[in-house]
Structures are given as C-alpha cells and as structure tokens.
Ligand binder design. Structure first.
Ligand SMILES: [Zn+2]
Length: 257
C-alpha cells in the first residue's frame, strides 16, 4: 500500500481564524495549503478529500467566501492532474472519503459521478441543510454546487476500517463530527486528522483552538486522541493546513509506504 500526498493549491485566511489567541489576535493573512491523499491499496484506490473547485474564484463560490478565503491553484495543482502524477484517473478511484464538508474539501466531487463518498453523518446533514437556503450568501462555508454532484453519499455514524490498514475515526470539534484517517503502512503510520488539527501551533502542547468550532467542547479531546495515536504508533501526524509542514512532506509523484 502507498499513500500519495496531493498538492491542490492554497487559500489564504486571517491567522486569528486558524490559531486563536484571545487578547492577542493576529489579523495578518497566512497561506493554508490544501492537501488531499490518494491511498493506493491492493483492494482499491481511496481518495481522502478533494480540495476546492477550480472555478471557486470565478463564480462557483458565493462572494462572501471569495473575499474571506481567496484560493490559488496552478493547472498542475488541479485534482485530476495531481492524480495523473500517480498514474490514476478519476474513474479509477473506488471510493472518496470527506473529512468534512467545508468548501476546501468538497471541490472535486463532480469528478466522481456514481462513486461512494463517505462523509460524517451529523455534519453532512448540517451542510445539506445550510445549502438549502435560497440565498447562497447564507450558505457560509458550504458550496451547493459541490454538494449537488451526482455522487453516492454514504453517511458515517460509527468508526470503521474502510480497508485493511485504513481506519476512519471520528474527531469532533472543528465540526459536529469529522472523519480522520489512520493509514498503517509497512514502514510508517500516517495519522491524518485534517481540520481537527489545522497546524502544528494548534497541536501544541498547549493546544490552541481555532476561532469558530462546530463542537467546541470536543475539540481538545480529539486533539489529544491524535496525540495518543502518534505516541502509540510512532507515526507521522499530517496537519490539515500547515504551510511549514506541508513544504517538508513527500508529495506526488513520490509516496509513503
Ligand atoms: Zn479545511
């Protein structure tokens, strides 16, 4: 089994929204890389998260999101081109897993018509309810066009092993529920919390929260669970949006095994 880290471009956001220090808010903008992961398993190819829609800044996103989270992507960073670096076409993917439904994770869904898309159950219901509002400026961080892709959503309520060595775990906090992934490779374990842990600074210790949380009372326990997994496995925690760490990772066409 191999894991390829895909580079889908980046957003910028105010630092205070990402690492929130009450009383010492930093409003400068920082880059947030957009990783996705291709798990190339003998029993199937799994894609974990899908980045932003390539037309996000050209009308695909509502204006409030365009202003809050400007998105930058080169043609080489488009999802289909990142998959091509690994010799994979969208139709080769057996299933997609979404950590959660925010706009920087759902943008590639339209590439996978008819495919199973695993998503956290409570948060999926929340996201679908948000995008049902007639005024799209009320959709906050969810994109109706992304969530309308003709995929087969599979709401996940309980943790399970998707394939041998590929576990989906629930890391609530950033959102009501959130699907983290643990991939046990031959030589290392990759612990992928996505936005349950945005950056090394959030991870600490001490843990630093983000500004807005869907389930604030569960945030710290999820971060501690990631830390326990790191200790137990000696694995690598890949943060959801950490520019410093992201630059140091092996990226497609290289892989982890
Ligand atoms: Zn995100």
């Amino acid at each position: 089994m191999r894991v390829y880290v895909l580079d889908l471009g980046y957003l910028t956001a105010e630092k205070d929204g990402i690492v929130h220090h009450p009383g010492a808010e930093d409003h400068r903008r920082i880059p947030l890389p957009l990783p996705a992961f291709l798990i190339d398993h003998p029993d199937g190819k799994i894609l974990y998260d899908t980045g932003c829609h390539p037309d996000a800044m050209n009308g695909w996103w509502q204006e409030t999101m365009v202003k809050a989270y400007p998105f930058f992507q080169t043609p080489a960073q488009r999802l289909e081109n990142q998959l091509a670096l690994c010799g994979v076409k969208p139709e080769d993917i057996s299933a997609v897993v979404l950590s959660h439904l925010h706009l920087d994770h759902t943008g590639g869904l339209s590439l996978f018509p008819g495919k199973p898309v695993y998503a956290p159950k409570k948060h999926l219901a929340h996201a679908l309810q948000k995008v049902s509002h007639p005024d799209r400026e009320q959709h906050s961080g969810y994109i109706r066009g992304d969530l309308s892709a003709p995929v087969d959503f599979c709401p996940v309520e309980k943790e399970f092993s998707l394939l041998p060595g590929v576990d989906l775990i629930d890391l609530p906090g950033h959102t009501e529920d959130l699907l983290g992934m643990v991939v046990r490779l031959a030589h290392t374990t990759l612990i992928l919390p996505q936005d349950a842990v945005y950056t090394a600074e959030n991870y600490g210790p001490p843990i630093v929260p983000t500004l807005s949380l869907g389930a604030p009372e569960q945030y710290a326990a999820s971060v501690e669970r990631v830390r326990r997994l790191e200790r137990e496995t000696g694995g690598l925690v890949v943060f959801g949006h950490d520019a410093g760490q992201f630059s140091s990772l092996k990226k497609a066409p290289q892989w982890y095994e």
